[in-house]
Design a protein around this ligand. Structure first.
Ligand code: BV8
Length: 250
């Protein structure tokens, strides 16, 4: 079990409001590949960040839809990991707001109730023309191409995520900025800090007086500016932190 760095423990103990800012690494130990790993998976022939764009959707909707259906189907088969559950339990000791770049629902299924989704939700689907919600069950496409369903208006049904080049949902991003501006501590967990404007949130927190702590086995674009760094994986670090905080550590 990772021993909790003393400076991080002190920062958590002193904090009244904590933001946990998460990326794909938060879900890695649940079995969902990060964007980086994705490139070694079924889709290694494609540049993933070129699949998650409106241009890719317009050019080959069946390719993009098959990729999303495979991810949606994968999501139904995985569970929250101890890191997700520890974040939810931390929320019983302090005010905790989760701001996630992830499009999975593992924070909610792990028990977190205050979750901001910056990049949408994989489980949701809507018409790309009239933009009305249009629920579609997740299926394993079995192939690299799968024609998306059609709306009554003639539009195609797309995944409820924010693609590269698309604006983030204004209300969600405004909530995320408000949380960053008003927290005492931001835990930055499992993100490479590459994708903006999300990756700018730790700087917002710092500019408003918060302590920023990174929990990640690897160095990232955010490491330099972090006040505290714990090189550890989320699903062992966060439960260890919670155990010490709740006095149950052995
Ligand atoms: C925007 C949904 C304004 C889709 C995602 C040109 C035109 C327009 C915009 C841009 C442009 N050039 C650049 C931009 C900005 C662009 C951007 O940032 N690009 C990057 C690539 C440079 N941003 C946008 O386009 C955003 N919109 O700017 O709108 C605008 C609009 C029009 C014109 C101008 C401006 C929209 C960005 C949203 C993209 N959608 N997801 C989908 O999922 O299919 S982002 C996607 O990437 C995921 O959400 C994912 O979260 C994210 C990847 O980042 P990470 O989460 O950090 O994951 P990553 O794999 O990179 O890293 C994992 C980390 O985990 C690693 O550090 C690893 O060490 C760590 N880890 C691994 N295991 C563990 C662990 N940590 C802890 N424990 C472990 N066990």
């Amino acid at each position: 079990m990772s021993s909790v760095p003393a400076d991080l423990l002190a920062a958590v103990r002193a904090a009244e409001r904590i933001v946990v800012f998460t990326g794909a690494g938060m879900s890695a130990e649940s079995g969902l590949p990060t964007f980086r790993d994705e490139e070694t998976g079924l889709w290694s022939r494609y540049d993933v960040s070129r699949l998650a764009t409106p241009e890719a959707w317009d050019a080959d909707p069946a390719l993009v839809w098959a990729w999303y259906q495979r991810r949606r189907f994968q999501l139904a088969a995985v569970e929250p990991n101890p890191g997700h559950r520890a974040i939810a339990a931390l929320g019983r000791h302090r005010r905790v707001d989760v701001v996630t770049q992830n499009v999975d629902d593992l924070h909610e299924r792990g028990g977190s109730e205050r979750v901001v989704h910056l990049h949408g939700r994989l489980a949701e689907t809507f018409c790309d023309t009239c933009r009305l919600p249009y629920p579609v069950p997740a299926v394993d496409p079995q192939t690299e191409h799968l024609e998306p369903e059609r709306c009554v208006c003639g539009g195609r049904i797309r995944p409820g995520v924010v693609w590269f080049g698309e604006h983030l949902p204004a209300d969600e991003f405004a909530r995320a900025v408000d949380h960053a501006e008003n927290c005492d501590l931001m835990l930055v967990v499992g993100t490479s800090g590459i994708v903006y404007p999300a990756a700018g949130l730790p700087q917002v927190a710092r500019e408003h007086g918060a302590t920023v702590a990174e929990i990640n086995p690897n160095r990232t674009d955010l490491s330099e500016a972090a006040d505290l760094v714990w090189r550890a994986p989320a699903s062992t670090a966060l439960p260890a932190l919670l155990e010490v905080l709740s006095g149950t550590a052995s």
